[in-house]
Design a protein around this ligand. Structure first.
Ligand code: DQA
Length: 148
């Protein structure tokens, strides 16, 4: 199985970015843990972060060609703004889980809406980096039960 992890804008700043909200882990430490978990499960994992909407969209488009079976995405601020990234996921029709480090529902009202949640298999928010690990565990289980 191949899983793609997509990180949206400003997540490259994790560790130094509003640590009271997003914690002190860096993005590379989160990705490394996911990579280790995927290795243990004999699964291939690709991770990609971009601050550019177009790059995220292009990567979603390429996912089919890369034989990706499942996507884990934290669209970050694009969660609340990007019809285009939503449409890209709808177009590829790949199952995905939406992850947010913070509990977006406990924050400003403009973070309460997501352009992704109704298309997602599931949504995780407020669990910090553990949310990504839970999403990966779910994806592995999901792929085991849908591919055999
Ligand atoms: C976020 C929440 C978004 O509202 C915010 O714009 C982010 C990160 C999170 O992981 O908690 O950049 O997606």
């Amino acid at each position: 199985a191949r899983i793609l992890v997509l990180h949206g804008p400003n997540l490259n700043m994790l560790g130094e970015r509003e640590p009271g909200i997003y914690g002190s882990d860096t993005l590379s430490s989160i990705d490394q843990r996911l990579m280790a978990l995927a290795n243990e499960a004999d699964c291939e994992l690709e991770t990609f972060q971009s601050n550019a909407e177009a790059e995220l969209i292009d990567t979603v488009h390429r996912a089919r060609g890369l034989n990706i079976d499942f996507v884990i995405i934290n669209p970050a601020a694009f969660t609340h703004t990007s019809v285009a990234l939503r449409d890209a996921l709808a177009a590829t029709d790949l199952p995905f889980v939406e992850v947010h480090l913070s509990n977006v529902h406990a924050r400003e009202p403009f973070r309460h809406n997501s352009y992704f949640s109704d298309l997602a298999v599931g949504v995780i928010c407020g669990l910090g980096p553990l949310g990504y690990e839970a999403a990966l565990q779910f994806a592995l289980q999901h792929l085991n039960t849908t591919s055999s």
